[in-house]
Design a binder for this molecule. Structure first.
Ligand SMILES: [Zn+2]
Ligand SMILES: [Zn+2]
Length: 281
């Protein structure tokens, strides 16, 4: 698998000189499976540049788009994903059960409310809702994909990709907490992430910030790191950086995570997700 971050920011895009290192675009992850099939997770603002890149490589774009949930920061880039306007593009959609509704609403509500100048039904690309993940795991090429519910307002899905003995877990917008909100306990997430080669998890807050934001649906870096340690993952990336966070502050959170890991004598490579960076698995 080849994995590239196109958007690492949470809540709202924050372009500017304070976000040039870790990136200002909201969630979008590109995964190229070993057979070449391309899977995109989320259509945050990062998907705009991904669409342009794909069209520059090939004029017949064919992708899967898996949507974690339909909060604006995860769907708002979809009308700017240029392949949706190309008749020879194919976009297969799956993910959280409301994903199709969320993507459609970025264009129109069928009431002519004027949210966007183009109607969803006028898009030229071949767009299909597969509707598989809400019933159970799915397979693309030889990669098994399954999901776990998120502890997040209105819910969502985290995804696990297993291919040729390698495992990637992507969980964003998830509040790790001990009281099993929405029926999921940290041990359920640890089980889901157990032994993953790479875990990418939401760590929008510091532990102090999270004290005042219970129920907002995001984790702090200490809780996310603890999940990575308990699940004995091979590598941990934190993402969904808070929009108020400057590059220097994300760097200092990264340093704190590495210090905690050192204190725990944990041999765990840790990084903050960087927009534009690529991982090979
Ligand atoms: Zn989000
Ligand atoms: Zn959300």
């Amino acid at each position: 698998m080849k994995i590239r971050f196109w958007g690492t920011r949470g809540s709202i895009a924050v372009p500017g000189k304070e976000t040039t290192v870790f990136g200002g675009n909201t969630t979008c992850l590109e995964i190229v499976l070993s057979g070449g099939t391309r899977v995109i997770i989320d259509a945050g603002t990062g998907i705009r540049a991904l669409g342009d890149y794909l069209l520059s490589e090939c004029n017949k774009v064919s992708v899967y788009l898996l949507v974690t949930h339909i909060h604006w920061d995860h769907v708002l880039g979809f009308p700017f994903f240029a392949p949706v306007y190309c008749s020879n593009s194919k976009i297969l959609i799956d993910g959280f059960p409301s994903c199709m509704k969320g993507l459609r609403v970025t264009f129109d509500t069928r009431m002519g409310d004027g949210f966007f100048p183009v109607k969803f039904d006028d898009l030229k690309s071949d767009i299909h809702y597969l509707e598989k993940l809400k019933y159970g795991p799915m397979t693309i090429e030889n990669t098994a994909i399954d999901c776990i519910p998120l502890q997040h307002p209105q819910g969502g899905f985290g995804f696990r990709f297993r291919e040729k003995g390698k495992t990637l877990v992507f969980i964003t917008d998830n509040e790790l907490r001990n009281d099993s909100w929405e029926g999921r306990h940290p041990r359920d997430y640890a089980e889901f992430c157990r032994g993953a080669d790479i875990l990418i998890h939401d760590a929008q807050y510091t532990p102090v910030e999270r004290e005042k934001r219970h129920g907002w649906g995001h984790s702090d870096y200490a809780a996310a790191l603890s999940l990575a340690a308990n699940a004995r993952v091979g590598r941990f990336y934190f993402t969904h950086h808070d929009p108020t966070r400057r590059d220097t502050e994300v760097s200092s959170i990264l340093a704190k995570c590495r210090d905690i890991a050192k204190e725990m004598d944990l041999k765990l490579p840790i990084d903050a997700a960087v927009e534009g960076s690529e991982l090979i698995l």
